[in-house]
Design a protein around this ligand. Structure first.
Ligand code: 2P0
Length: 325
């Protein structure tokens, strides 16, 4: 089955109402997704576990227009249809249209200063807006599958809080969707540390493909990621912060190790990324419980508890602190 067949099997019809609206938050993986078993369907080689960050995300409205092409606006600016951003959205919308075109107005509340990409919240918000526009009334699991077809990590952004995206076994990917873990952790904090926000040279999509194809260490990754996910889920359920932090940090570094061991190498870090890692480790030596995670870029995301928020803000002046619950 290709992506169009999957979509056709999920959605009840292609008759849109006039308008729809959706919003979704970004998420940070504590146990990461890296590598696909199916590129078109964004089916992962391993399950992943994330935390969604409230108030940071995407709001999207969609409207059916009488035109021969889509009109896509990002943060009040019309994006040329030749640009990759617009092309990718229009290709995704092709799954859902019936000779109609759409006006998409999307706002990202992720501050540029946070150094975070937003394809996860972007495609999740778009799918929620489509569900609203077409009045499909799909379950969140089905929305998660549709969002995954836009961007893998978007499967997780359908939900708030802690979320597991099951890798699934089926070729059609209908068992590869995200689900929330019913657990709130009021004391948990996520700190965003910007190192560099310029666009990366190698996209996540390309980077993970290169790693899968050209890294001998990669074969160890899916098993390690599954084991880390179980440890992190357990740490969440018993609120064992140190086990959560150390497993998440090691998981991120292991993912980056596979990138670095790819030929040619993929190194998303900058020298300031490494300096900041050392700073985190030094703080741990001083009994401050702080850990980091990193995605396909140079920026760090710190994990710590409310009790250390004051000292962390003192040590990292430009940090943006998020309270996930
Ligand atoms: C994650 N990342 O689990 C991992 C960790 C980046 C590093 O998911 O090709 O934008 O659209 O499925 O989801 C970023 O990759 O890639 C990502 P596609 P995506 O958060």
């Amino acid at each position: 089955m290709n992506a169009q067949d999957i979509v056709t099997s999920i959605i009840p019809h292609k008759i849109p109402q006039q308008k729809g609206y959706g919003q979704a938050n970004i998420n940070i993986a504590l146990s990461k997704y890296w590598g696909k078993r199916d590129i078109e369907l964004n089916l992962p080689n391993n399950s992943s576990l994330s935390i969604s960050l409230p108030s940071l995300g995407t709001k999207t409205s969609i409207e059916v227009i009488n035109s021969t092409e889509d009109a896509i606006y990002l943060n009040n600016t019309k994006i040329a249809n030749e640009e990759l951003f617009a092309k990718r959205i229009s290709l995704f919308l092709n799954y859902f249209r019936n000779n109609n075109y759409f006006k998409i107005i999307t706002h990202n509340s992720v501050p540029t200063a946070a150094g975070l990409a937003s394809s996860a919240s972007g495609y999740a918000a778009l799918v929620i807006a489509l569900n609203n526009c077409f009045q499909w009334r799909l379950s969140n699991n089905k929305l998660s599958i549709l969002a995954r077809l836009g961007s893998g990590s978007a499967a997780r952004s359908i939900f708030d809080g802690f979320v597991i995206w099951h890798k699934g076994q089926q070729q059609d990917g209908l068992d590869s969707f995200a689900e929330p873990i019913n657990m709130a952790w009021q004391e948990l904090r996520v700190g965003l540390i910007k190192i560099d926000t310029t666009a990366k040279k190698i996209s996540s999509t390309q980077g993970m493909q290169n790693t899968v194809n050209n890294c001998e260490l990669y074969q160890a990754w899916p098993k390690k990621a599954e084991q880390d996910l179980i440890k992190i889920k357990q740490a969440i359920l018993v609120k064992d912060f140190n086990n959560l932090g150390k497993t998440a940090e090691n998981n991120a570094l292991s993912m980056h190790a596979t990138m670095i061991a790819t030929m040619p190498p993929i190194l998303y870090w900058q020298s300031e990324s490494v300096t900041t890692m050392h700073k985190v480790w030094q703080l741990r030596e001083q009994a401050i419980n702080v850990y980091f995670t990193m995605d396909a870029g140079p920026n760090l995301k710190l994990l710590f508890l409310e009790q250390d928020e004051y000292i962390i803000k003192q040590k990292f002046k430009n940090i943006i602190v998020i309270k996930p619950f």
